[in-house]
Design a protein around this ligand. Structure first.
Ligand code: GTP
Ligand code: MG
Length: 182
């Protein structure tokens, strides 16, 4: 989606990033306790454009298309990189990037690249591990540790859109980013 379609009205933006099907739209719905707001699907590649959700008339959640969808062409994959880099490089508004990684698997090559890019470019970011309900407590603890290490010792917040695990913590982080002085 071209920059001309971006919203730039001075309100802070919280962006959700991750591979296709990782659970970005579900997480947004879970944060907002609104089931059908952001469209979710079993079919990877559901979110194709940048979707803005205005929250409390004061900031935006930005649902970005997922990356790494195997069925898209090489040029579309390159387009994702361009779109993301352009969006993430815009000068104003972006106060937090929430990178989502599937808690069941090690980060993919693209997950690692995105994580590095965010750090190298000084973007405020945090990592959440989605679908945590699909693992046992032990498995989850283990996998969170592995993921944190692979990401260069980052905190990784476990999240489940099914059970609400991690919801309060994630909201606390979002509030800190959006209302820094409060
Ligand atoms: P794209 O828009 O295609 O990039 O995908 P997305 O990252 O927005 O994923 P989406 O929220 O559409 O979720 C993909 C699938 O994973 C859906 O079938 C969801 O129901 C499922 N899912 C998402 N989050 C969770 C979760 O926390 N737990 C479980 N068990 N399933 C989840
Ligand atoms: Mg989506």
């Amino acid at each position: 989606m071209a920059p001309s379609h971006w919203i730039d009205d001075g309100r802070p933006e919280v962006a959700f990033l991750g591979r296709s099907n990782v659970g970005k739209s579900s997480l947004i719905n879970s944060l907002l306790m609104r089931k059908g707001l952001a469209r979710t699907s079993n079919t990877p590649g559901r979110t194709q454009s940048i979707n803005y959700f205005l929250i409390n008339d004061s900031f935006y959640f930005v649902d970005l298309p997922g990356y790494g969808y195997a069925k898209v062409s090489k040029s579309m994959r390159a387009d994702w990189g361009k779109m993301a880099e352009q969006y993430l490089s815009k000068p104003d508004g972006l106060v937090l990037c929430i990178q989502l990684i599937d808690s069941r698997h090690n980060p993919t090559e693209q997950d690692l690249q995105l994580n590095e890019w965010l750090i190298a470019n000084g973007k405020p970011s945090l990592v959440a591990a989605t679908k945590a309900d699909k693992l046992s407590r032990n498995q989850l603890t283990k996998q969170l540790k592995v993921t944190a290490e692979l990401l260069g010792s980052r905190d990784v917040l476990p999240y489940s859109s099914e059970t609400g695990l991690g919801r309060d913590k994630l909201w606390a982080e979002i509030q800190k980013a959006v209302y820094p002085s409060s």
